[in-house]
Design a protein around this ligand. Structure first.
Ligand SMILES: *[C@@H]1O[C@H](CO)[C@@H](O)[C@H](O)[C@H]1NC(C)=O
Ligand SMILES: *[C@@H]1O[C@H](CO)[C@@H](O)[C@H](O)[C@H]1NC(C)=O
Ligand SMILES: *[C@@H]1O[C@H](CO)[C@@H](O)[C@H](O)[C@H]1NC(C)=O
Ligand SMILES: *[C@@H]1O[C@H](CO)[C@@H](O)[C@H](O)[C@H]1NC(C)=O
Ligand SMILES: *[C@@H]1O[C@H](CO)[C@@H](O)[C@H](O)[C@H]1NC(C)=O
Ligand SMILES: *[C@@H]1O[C@H](CO)[C@@H](O)[C@H](O)[C@H]1NC(C)=O
Ligand SMILES: *[C@@H]1O[C@H](CO)[C@@H](O)[C@H](O)[C@H]1NC(C)=O
Ligand SMILES: *[C@@H]1O[C@H](CO)[C@@H](O)[C@H](O)[C@H]1NC(C)=O
Ligand SMILES: [Zn+2]
Length: 904
């Protein structure tokens, strides 16, 4: 996974800890932008080279023909980079290499199609198994998104037959966070260091050497790296021994050779060359686990937390899947520059520093949970994704949905006290419900032919793939029971190891597990709509009659589709046991399961194991609300959150009156749990985005328990964003102290996010944007540039702030050409950028601007941003309508509450 895309979204949505450097970036960004507006016009987009080459025989689509199948590669790479230079002019960003790929011809052909991008290939030779050289009559680099190198031979390759393609090539390493790239950082305060890192997923292995760069083209890789004296080279497999040394032109080089890898996909390859990185090592049964980071971070113990949990999670998975981790080593490394949040490269997992390094007292609890979750996610991929890989990117959810779902199981094993599994409802389900309620959403599994270009593939790394994928797996596991689900996963992994699978393979294994237990569930039948259609249903229950029905839930109620889901529904009645019903008709139908007993209430979707929303008749809502008021603990904590989230969203889609949704929050003063509070605050946040601010307040003290801590952060956020004077003063004070003396940070780690966010807002009143030159200098000095990997999250962070919103939008709009050029090709998501800066849009003026923006760029390939822009327009339309219809009712409700209780 390049988790980055998704991470930045999840971070933006929930409790974020903003480090001092991110804050600095934030201010720097504003200053830089203001400078830019003053100084110059937006940069025109670089012109693309015209397509000149005449393809000699392009396959019918952008997929490799299946007539050649790679078996084994030998790859030699030599990056010329110095890890440190006294004089930058003699630094070199070039690399050279050569490779041999052994492949089998299964269908006679005279054309070899292989991927190669941005490489200067200066030698090609094809031989047969006897070493006879075959005559090449021509070769073409396709200048389109196929990235094909086509080699035309005089004679046809025979099938079956084994052949070898030798190439020599050279390329350049940029700081673009894709392929093999250069990262810079400082050591001992001011010594500049350079390192080589890599990110192949999804389609950049082809930038490193010519290869059959598709996930199903698995092969064995024998890697050798030649690198500068004293540096360390890492790759997927263990090195065969100490590096050999050689002299070239008076300079010393190391040659590190690695053992052959397991049979694997190209997108999982990884390379690092670095100087002085330290590591912590622990042996876990068969596996040597090492955590690498900058030497200062290792010395300060920041890798200790990650190192302490990694082996435990690995062993827990080995037992859970009943398959051992197949490599003898597992390296994980924290990189100063990394585009994704983390990447599961087999045997060499890469992370952003913030996703791996934990600093006691500085990092917050949510930060620690985040680190554990990311590690558990990447380790889960070692089975789901690495050992068994999706046949093609259209089933990316099989890798990412699983890793997301399994990560909660992994974290729970190492820290059961966190109740992390419950948080999946907040972190994944509630958030993806938002996107999946739009008519511009998309199904979990796309058609294979609809996913061809790198941009098509990049667009799939979104919350549907990660979070909806995880949510429907959780639902299925609950439906057929966790133990049957686990049994099915075990045989699925075993049968498809070192190979590929699609979701139909998964269903067949889960079905066998169901049958083995004499179960009656039909996996394929139940799952088909969830996987192949977008969206989810709202289940409508009338507890007076016991009637139940389903309907596609869309923000603007008018679904043209006739989707029908098989919905497993757990139902709870006052004082009775939970029962499971399968609703496999549209309805309405009448079932006793949904008919209330006397004056009792009914609660459907217990623990929110199902991926759907529930609406009830007015009486049942009233009874549930009354019961929440009187004894809320009878209702499971997850459902207390879900009732609130369902009610607010049903109100947005006009299924119920908004006052009913607001009424669901009134019991909260008695509830100390995090999930219901966070559910309410996120939804109230939407109101705050749309409406004038109203007055709310919260206490200020650092409390003990985790959920209480979260609640405090929430309280500060809400109180301050509503301009409660006391809060404003407190935050401003803490923030100004910090600005004046950034080294002595007295802000509690858990409160940083809230304090910084609001501090900036209030200080801006006096002009932080143009604070005195002395302060600006200090801020600029703290960090001389925004790391490329932080650009999207930084802009989104600015956009979350009321005043920052228009600034961020103007920035994105005016710099779009530049941004899409710089980031469009990589895995950094333009989608989450557009999503972030347009969150608050709710006026006709903003809609008009969005449409204008869409028109202006109608010609551009919007790459991974296309769908997000359509979604932003749809969401804005819905917001405009909603605000018009509900503003007065909401304001009246708040005024009423104020009189009632001086708060909410
Ligand atoms: C870079 O160039 C300078 C001057 O040409 C030379 O003194 C120095 O040794 C070179 N550094 C490296 C790392 O080659
Ligand atoms: C850096 O090296 C280049 C040639 O390699 C030389 O022309 C230049 O003067 C050097 N600069 C310094 C500051 O040493
Ligand atoms: C390779 O050599 C063997 C033995 O000489 C011969 O039988 C075989 O046909 C040759 N293969 C090819 C592809 O020419
Ligand atoms: C709902 O959305 C569709 C597509 O965006 C639009 O054509 C239709 O007018 C909308 N309906 C309402 C009632 O807003
Ligand atoms: C609901 O989840 C809680 C944990 O939050 C668990 O203790 C409880 O057993 C679950 N209830 C059902 C019916 O599965
Ligand atoms: C919702 O209820 C309020 C009174 O509680 C009423 O004034 C308002 O018109 C209702 N809104 C809708 C859309 O029915
Ligand atoms: C919300 O609660 C108020 C009492 O505080 C009540 O008058 C109103 O009818 C309720 N609204 C709905 C839609 O239940
Ligand atoms: C840190 O700041 C706090 C409050 O601003 C102050 O009381 C304390 O003396 C400072 N500590 C140092 C070491 O400067
Ligand atoms: Zn992933």
């Amino acid at each position: 996974m390049p988790k980055g895309i998704f991470i930045s979204k999840a971070l933006a949505a929930s409790v974020v800890v903003v480090t001092a450097s991110a804050l600095a970036s934030f201010l720097v960004m504003i200053i830089i932008f203001q400078e830019q507006i003053r100084a110059r016009e937006p940069v025109p987009p670089p012109t693309m080279p015209a397509t000149t080459a005449e393809p000699t025989g392009l396959p019918p689509n952008m997929r490799l023909p299946k007539d050649l199948v790679p078996e084994e590669y030998e790859v030699f790479l030599q990056p010329y980079l110095y890890a440190q230079v006294t004089n930058i002019t003699n630094q070199s960003f070039a690399f050279t290499g050569h490779s041999v790929v052994k492949f089998n011809c299964v269908k006679p052909t005279s054309r070899i199609f292989i991927h190669s991008k941005d490489l200067n290939v200066n030698f090609m030779q094809v031989t047969n198994e006897n070493g006879t050289v075959l005559h090449i009559i021509g070769s073409t680099f396709m200048e389109d998104e196929s990235n094909f190198l086509e080699i035309v031979l005089r004679e046809r390759l025979r099938a079956p037959g084994t052949y070898y393609l030798r190439t020599k090539f050279e390329g350049e390493m940029l700081d673009d966070l894709t392929g093999i790239y250069v990262s810079q950082y400082l050591e001992n305060v001011d010594e500049k260091r350079f390192m080589v890192a890599s990110q192949m997923q999804p389609t950049d292995a082809r930038k490193v050497f010519p290869c059959f760069d598709e996930p199903a083209m698995k092969a064995v890789f024998r890697i050798t790296i030649m690198h500068r004296e004293s540096t360390t080279a890492l790759s997927n497999a263990k090195e065969t021994g100490s590096p050999e040394t050689t002299e070239i032109d008076g300079e010393t080089w190391y040659i590190t050779e690695f053992h052959p890898t397991k049979k694997m996909s190209t997108y999982l390859l990884a390379f690092v060359v670095c100087l002085d990185f330290g590591s912590k090592e622990t042996n876990y049964l068969r596996t040597a686990v090492k955590t690498w980071a900058r030497p200062e971070a290792i010395e300060a113990g920041h890798a200790d937390y990650a190192q302490s949990i990694t082996g435990d999670i690995l062993l827990a998975y080995e037992e859970f899947f009943n398959i051992n981790y197949p490599l003898s080593k597992l390296d994980q490394i924290a990189l100063p520059d990394f585009g994704a949040g983390a990447m599961e490269n087999w045997g060499l997992i890469m992370y952003r520093e913030t996703a791996l390094l934990y600093e006691e007292g500085v990092s917050s609890t949510s930060n620690q949970q985040w680190i554990a979750t990311v590690i558990a996610h990447e380790l889960a991929h070692q089975w789901f994704g690495n050992l068994v890989t999706m046949k093609w990117w259209n089933d990316l959810w099989l890798s990412e949905g699983f890793a997301t779902y399994i990560s909660y199981i992994g974290v729970d094993k190492v820290n059961p006290t966190w109740n992390i599994k419950d948080l999946m409802v907040l972190n994944d389900i509630q958030s993806v419900f938002q996107v999946d309620a739009l008519a511009t959403s998309h199904p979990l599994s796309s058609k294979e032919e609809d996913v061809q270009t790198p941009a098509d593939i990049g667009q799939l790394f979104d919350s549907i793939t990660y979070s909806k994928g995880a949510a429907v797996l959780r639902m299925l596991s609950d439906y057929i029971s966790d133990s049957v689900f686990q049994a099915g996963l075990r045989t699925y992994l075993k049968d498809h190891q070192y190979s590929n699978a699609d979701y139909k393979d998964l269903w067949s294994h889960l079905q066998k597990a169901v049958d083995a237990k004499q179960g009656t569930e039909n996996v394929k039948e139940v799952m088909t709509t969830w996987i192949e259609k977008m969206g989810y249903p709202v289940i409508t229950i009338n507890t007076k009659t016991g009637s139940v029905s389903q309907k596609h839930f869309l923000l603007n109620q008018t679904s043209p589709y006739k989707f029908m889901w098989h919905v497993p529904i757990r139902v709870m009645k006052t004082g009775q046991k939970v029962i499971l019903d399968l609703l496999d008709v549209k309805g309405p139908v009448t079932k006793t399961a949904y008919k209330a007993v006397d004056d009792g209430w009914i609660l459907a979707n217990v623990n929110c194991t199902g991926y759907f929303r529930v609406n009830y008749n007015a009486e049942n809502w009233e009874r549930l609300l009354l019961h929440l008021n009187n004894s809320h603990s009878d209702i499971p904590v997850i459902n207390r959150g879900q009732l609130i989230d369902d009610a607010f969203n049903l109100a947005r889609a006009k299924y119920i009156n908004v006052t009913l949704a607001l009424n669901t929050t009134k019991y909260l003063s008695n509830d100390m749990e995090y999930i219901p509070w966070e559910s309410a605050l996120r939804n109230l946040d939407y109101f705050i985005l749309m409406f004038d601010r109203s007055e709310v307040y919260g206490p200020y003290e650092v409390p003990e328990s985790l959920t209480a801590q979260y609640n405090q952060i929430n309280a500060i956020s809400v109180a301050c964003s509503n301009d409660l004077p006391k809060c404003t003063e407190m935050v401003k004070g803490l923030f100004d102290n910090w600005i004046d003396d950034p080294v002595n940070n007295t802000i509690h780690a858990n409160l940083k996010s809230a304090i910084y966010c609001n501090g900036i807002r209030h200080s801006r009143g006096e002009g932080v944007g143009n604070r005195s030159g002395r302060d600006t200098c200090r801020i600029l000095w703290t960090q001389d540039k925004i790391r490329k990997m932080d650009a999207v999250s930084t802009i989104n962070y600015i956009a979350r702030n009321v005043d920052g919103q228009s600034l961020a939008w103007d920035f994105v709009r005016s710099q779009w050409s530049y941004i899409s050029e710089e980031y469009g090709g990589g895995i950094v998501s333009l989608g989450s950028l557009i999503d972030g800066v347009t969150q608050r849009f709710s006026t006709d003026f903003e809609l008009q601007k969005l449409r204008q923006f869409q028109e202006e760029h109608a010609e551009d390939t919007f790459s991974s941003g296309t769908r997000a822009l359509q979604q932003a327009i749809e969401r804005t339309q819905a917001n405009i309508k909603w605000v018009k219809e509900n503003k007065q009712t909401v304001l009246d409700w708040f005024r009423g509450q104020h009189v009632e209780s001086q708060g909410f």
